[in-house]
Write a protein that binds this ligand. Structure first.
Ligand SMILES: Nc1ncnc2c1ncn2[C@@H]1O[C@H](COP(=O)(O)OP(=O)(O)OP(=O)(O)O)[C@@H](O)[C@H]1O
Length: 256
């Protein structure tokens, strides 16, 4: 089995008296799909925000690919290979699908502001390479027919896929997905789960995702971590977590 790509060690985070995460530790193996589940307010989004540097943990450390951090910025996280989608997608609604996906490469650009402003140096070559990369990922996610479409005109489920493409175009080693299937009907959820599985299988991308639909989680993830009130309640293979009495009692019956 592959070693851990991500390790969380005793991570704690509080917001003015609200303890969002308490002494949280677990490993995410390279190449796995790990699902974070738990009731609303359990700390799942806060945890993703700590991993990619949106929040700084009050205590504990994060080890990514053998490098230890107490804090990391979102910019540095992206450079190290940590990609992210947000619960409420962060797309530019008035831009096209292609432009949104290209925006996902902004943090990977080597072109300086000066080169950009005067369209010189690496600018043109980089632009061509980025465009080719964006088009490849758009095709991979079956979005080619919508590449020139303005995002706001697309159905919600398709927009979520554009958000996935935007996060994926930077070729992250670790992809954090915050409720990629939220608000979808069952058919859209199955389709999105299929794409997430394909990303994992084709690119070997390690994925940590938050999802409330336990049926989807059990079919998709090889590793499940259950949180409640910022603490870890269970951590293991889906079957083991599913039959854990504490989890059954406290979470699997919870309707969100
Ligand atoms: N920016 C913030 N300021 C203050 N409190 C916050 C902030 N973000 C989260 N919290 C609090 O931290 C706790 C954990 O919230 P978090 O959003 O991480 O939970 P969650 O498991 O992702 O919930 P949900 O399933 O509703 O998205 C909650 O009590 C929440 O109110």
């Amino acid at each position: 089995m592959a070693g851990p790509l991500l390790q969380l060690r005793d991570v704690s985070l509080a917001f003015r008296g609200v303890q969002a995460l308490t002494g949280l530790s677990f490993d995410v193996a390279e190449g796995e799909i790990c699902a974070l589940i738990g009731p609303n307010g359990a700390g799942k989004s806060s945890l993703l925000n700590v991993i990619n540097g949106v929040y700084r943990a009050d205590a504990g450390e994060i080890v990514f690919d053998g490098r230890r951090f107490e804090a990391i910025s979102p910019f540095k996280a992206a450079h190290l290979g940590i990609g992210r989608t947000f619960q409420h997608n962060a797309l530019f609604k008035r831009l096209t699908v292609l432009d949104n996906v290209l925006a996902g490469l902004g943090r990977h650009s080597r072109t300086t502001l000066f080169e950009n402003a005067f369209h010189i140096g690496r600018d043109a070559a980089e632009e061509r390479a980025f465009r080719a990369r964006a088009e490849r990922i758009i095709a991979f996610l079956d979005l080619t027919p919508y590449a020139g479409a303005v995002v706001s005109t697309l159905p919600y489920g398709t927009q979520k896929r554009v958000d996935l493409a935007r996060a994926l175009v930077g070729e992250p080693r670790l992809l954090l997905l915050d409720e990629p299937m939220a608000g979808m009907n069952q058919e859209e959820k199955q389709e999105m789960a299929g794409f997430v599985a394909e990303v994992n299988a084709s690119f070997g991308t390690t994925i940590v995702l938050i999802e409330h639909d336990v049926g989807i989680v059990m079919g998709l993830a090889g590793h499940v971590v259950v949180l409640d009130y910022g603490r870890k309640v269970a951590d293991g293979a889906p079957e083991a977590v599913r039959s854990n009495p504490d989890v059954i009692a406290a979470y699997l019956g919870t309707v969100h």
